[in-house]
Design a protein around this ligand. Structure first.
Ligand code: ZN
Length: 266
């Protein structure tokens, strides 16, 4: 069954499955989508950024776009209709594999070394700073020349093996959490779509701040309010969800606030 939601670019779990469903990071997205549109996306890419900024979600969308069978030259979004795109989870795809750095083992390394030579496969390896040292060193050799696509993600690039990071940094894409304004704009749009109302714009800012600008809980909040508060966001409801002591915004936001990231630009 095709659960593709064209109006939002998200799947039934509320996760974006298209680039246009991603909130924030528009400059980085433009770099990536230009590469995909011109069919020049490097086989090996590194996505870095703080927890909750959407590295894994973006990696899965890149995998969808890479595996899409209908995408022509100049296009970058997954088509949403082919056997690669018309699935709710990219994990259902036979040519995609998401690996856990904590569960890496000798057998997995042997398999990966072999599979990385297969054109058409896409691998996502998350939190690679947690990869044991000997596997990190082996990976550095494995990625010298690959035919498959390998997407690596890390929250802490500073903790990576230096030689491995040197190999990866030419194809690094840095992400940040969305700005407060971007999250509030998204919440406003999502509430309007669901018919959820709020007493004041500050309430959505309070939601964004309470969830520390992490998109996963923010994106689920309007539907939660629909069920729990009958679609009416009030201060009393927010007190119930977040507690009365939690800091409340004193004024309507008027500027975007970037969340800093911890590896200096080189
Ligand atoms: Zn497709």
């Amino acid at each position: 069954m095709n659960n593709y939601h064209p109006s939002e670019g998200k799947n039934k779990y509320g996760r974006p499955i298209e680039f246009r469903g991603i909130v924030g990071n528009q400059k980085t997205l433009r770099r990536i989508t230009r590469c995909i549109a011109s069919q020049s996306l490097p086989n090996l890419i590194l996505l870095t950024g703080p927890t909750g900024c959407g590295k894994t979600t973006l990696g899965r969308i890149i995998a969808r776009a890479t595996l899409c069978r209908n995408k022509g030259i100049g296009e970058f979004e997954p088509c949403g209709r082919c056997s690669s795109c018309g699935i709710d989870s990219i994990h259902q795809h036979a040519l995609f594999d998401e690996l856990d750095s904590n569960l890496f083992c000798d057998e997995r390394l042997i398999d990966l070394n072999h599979d990385l030579q297969n054109t058409g496969r896409v691998f996502l390896l998350d939190e690679i700073q947690e990869l044991p040292q000997r596997y990190a060193q082996a990976l550095k050799k494995s990625v010298e020349d690959i035919a498959a696509h390998l997407i690596l993600c890390t929250t802490h690039p500073a903790q990576l093996d230096d030689a491995l990071y040197n190999r990866l940094k030419a194809n690094e894409f840095r992400l940040t959490r969305p700005t407060e304004q971007e999250v509030v704009d998204y919440l406003t749009m999502r509430c309007q779509m669901l018919g959820v109302t709020s007493d004041s714009p500050n309430q959505l800012l309070r939601v964004a701040r309470a969830y520390n600008l992490e998109m996963r809980p923010c994106s689920q909040f309007p539907a939660k309010a629909l069920v729990e508060a009958n679609g009416c966001i009030t201060d009393e409801y927010l007190d119930e969800v977040f507690g009365e002591s939690e800091c409340q915004p004193s004024a309507v936001i008027d500027s975007a606030v970037e969340v800093p990231f911890n590896r200096p630009l080189i």
